[in-house]
Design a protein around this ligand. Sequence first.
Ligand code: MSP
Length: 468
Amino acid sequence: MSKFFVTTPIYYVNDVPHIGHAYTTVAADVVARYWRTKIGQENVLFTVGTDEHGVKIAQSARKVGLTPKHYTDQIVPKFKKAWRDLKIDYDIFIRTTDQHHKKTVQEVLGKIYQKGYIYKATYEGLYCEGCERFLTDEDLEDGKCPLHPNKQPVYQKEKNYFFKLSSFKDYLLDIFEKDKVQIRPRARKKEIIGKLKKGLQDISFSRESVKWGIPLPWDKSQTAYVWIDALLNYYTATRSAKNKRFWPPDLHLVGKDILWFHTVIWCALLKAADINPPKSIFAHGFFTVNGQKMSKSLGNVIKPQDLVKQFGAEAARYLLLSEFPFGQDGDFSLKKMKTRYNAELANGLGNLTARIFMLAQKASLRPKPKKSKTLEKTYHRYLQKLDFYSLSKLLRSEIKNYNQYLDKTQPWKLLEEEKMNKLKKTLQYSSEGLYNIFLLLAPFMPKTTREIQTKLQKPTKIHLFPRK
Ligand code: MSP
């Protein structure tokens, strides 16, 4: 692999960042850091961004008496700050209101139009403003969008340009079935293929009544449908001379709710514009908070700054990705995270590190740890599969084993009895264990890992992960 391009979804700015946004973004950051170490900083491109057009944003702006642009200018720094606080080291932050994005969108849409994949017709039906999505009868649950049960879908009838999505059915089945574009986890691939086989309808490509958007190049009275505009952010990111070589994306990370857009619609659009499709799309699951759907009205929304304040950025990153398997649904609660923080990090890893460093300092020993080839192999396998959960299980068992080893060998007694040879061996063995534990943790805890690796060369007293 000579380059790696990983993306997160670009988030709607009608709301401030929450743990749902942080979850995908931390995962992408871990993946980007992993590949940077493996193939070199300059060969990795990691993009994030904000989705700023559409009805929903225009309405949020109106509610607070601002123009949409003014409004989004106020929210975007909050996303940037959240990512800074969580140590997200992205290369590019795309805003869909950026001029260069507008230019890319108009170019690509113009091309699709010229190729005859667009026609004008009337859309009549329901629209979920929460998802910015046209709803079919099949999508509805009790007459509502299942993702926004408190919002009444809006009936809408307007002239739209349509995209001939239905012409791409065979192409899409071919690329997904043969893994030319990989959909992961496997169960999600089956779901998408199953739905695709049931049939594919053309979709609205533009909006007549929505002014807050990118005008179509051939008919300025209509704006691009916000999802089409948003998906193209990934392409915009690679239009500079420096970044062209990163296309196509190697990995789009998304939540399962937006997988259809990122597989079926996205790959058809790209094909229509003669652009190569992404190599893979991974959908993570949905989580509840304290067993309930996360919502403002229930007051259970966890914000990235809550996590950073309570656990510190590096521990927060680890806790987020190790609570349940990436790809499956799960549950978060600050209480559970605190219990795990104390057990795994404060008592587990913090204690192991403190004991090893204290002994080495007292005995004036400088261990020379080596990489474990076996652990390294497992590490590559897990990270390439995005199996953060198995990696965390392996970490827990390593930490436990080395703590038990110290309990059993009681090296502090060896120090008292001045059995220096034996002490040296014990320390060498356990510090090698510690060194390798931090190698596994490096993409989650980059700063702590660097600190431990440097300080192991000249051990002093150290106190990581204070108990909460
Ligand atoms: N703007 C679109 C994405 C366009 S990408 C070309 C969008 N934005 S969003 O702000 O709604 O993004 C939400 C993201 O957060 C999605 O990936 C979604 O899966 C994720 N999550 C929001 N709540 C979540 C949970 N409760 N659980 C897991 N992920 C959740 O969609």
